[in-house]
Design a protein around this ligand. Structure first.
Ligand code: FES
Length: 247
């Protein structure tokens, strides 16, 4: 199971209440992980078990008694006596609004996309109950940004990137290559490999696949999946070269 953020080791346990359920976790554990430990489901796009929480997608918002605002559960550490609510009408409205903005900047080609039915963006839209999007996708954001097919094993399609930075963090934290970064701001922000003008092939990328593994959409996808479809079964292997775990 994916608990959203990496496990924490601590000799101290803290006990908190999440949606009426009491749970004890090592001090320093995120509220998101604590919620999942006791069976709660908090939508998320930028958090994973393998990279440090980043707090960028704003889907995992929660309400905490005695605190103002709606903090991101992935970057909020669990505290002794905390009372957390993960499912309220206010949170449902906020999450739907955030998701609507993501979809408004994403191609609506799910039915013909190679990641159809294996896409976290698609799953999360369904999870938050998004049915209609008020803001039409105009394709302007990454107009002219062609798919980078230079790597022999995978392609990078900037139009499908939601800039969650999972690939960048996986490259840094899992592989230690530091080949990727996010350039620009706002709608113009985009993942890039190396310096301006570099492609994945000409960058420092070592083709380990950590970024592809981390991508929640079809932005970074193996060529084989695009050409022949998703494998019927996956076998995870690890080797001494890196800790990614190839599938
Ligand atoms: Fe917490 Fe993205 S999962 S902000």
């Amino acid at each position: 199971a994916d608990f959203g953020t990496p496990a924490v080791c601590s000799d101290t346990q803290v006990t908190l209440t999440i949606d009426g359920r009491e749970v004890s976790v090592p001090a320093g554990t995120s509220v998101m992980r604590a919620a999942k430990e006791c069976g709660g489901a908090i939508p998320s796009l930028c958090a994973t078990d393998s990279v440090k929480a980043f707090g960028s997608c704003r889907l995992c918002l929660v309400e905490i008694d005695g605190r103002r605002g709606t903090p991101a559960s992935c970057t909020t550490p669990a505290e002794q006596g905390m009372v957390v609510h993960t499912q309220t009408p206010r949170l449902a409205k906020l999450r739907k609004g955030v998701m609507e903005l993501y979809i408004s900047d994403h191609p609506l080609d799910c039915l013909t996309c190679s990641a159809n039915n294996d896409c976290e963006l698609q799953d999360t839209a369904a999870e938050v109950g998004l049915r209609d999007v008020r803001y039409g996708y105009d394709g302007e954001t990454h107009l002219g940004a062609a798919t980078d097919s230079s790597n022999p094993y995978f392609d990078f399609d900037p139009a499908k990137c939601i800039v969650c930075s999972r690939c960048v963090r996986a490259c840094d934290e899992v592989q230690g290559t530091f080949a990727l970064s996010v350039d620009g701001r706002g709608f113009a922000s985009a993942v890039s490999a190396g310096q301006a003008g570099d492609t994945f092939l000409s960058s420092e990328c070592v083709s380990c696949g950590a970024c592809v593994q981390a991508c929640p959409t079809a932005s970074l996808q193996e060529k084989a999946v695009k050409e022949i479809g998703l494998p019927e079964r996956a076998v995870i292997t690890t080797c001494a070269y890196c800790g990614v775990g190839c599938t």
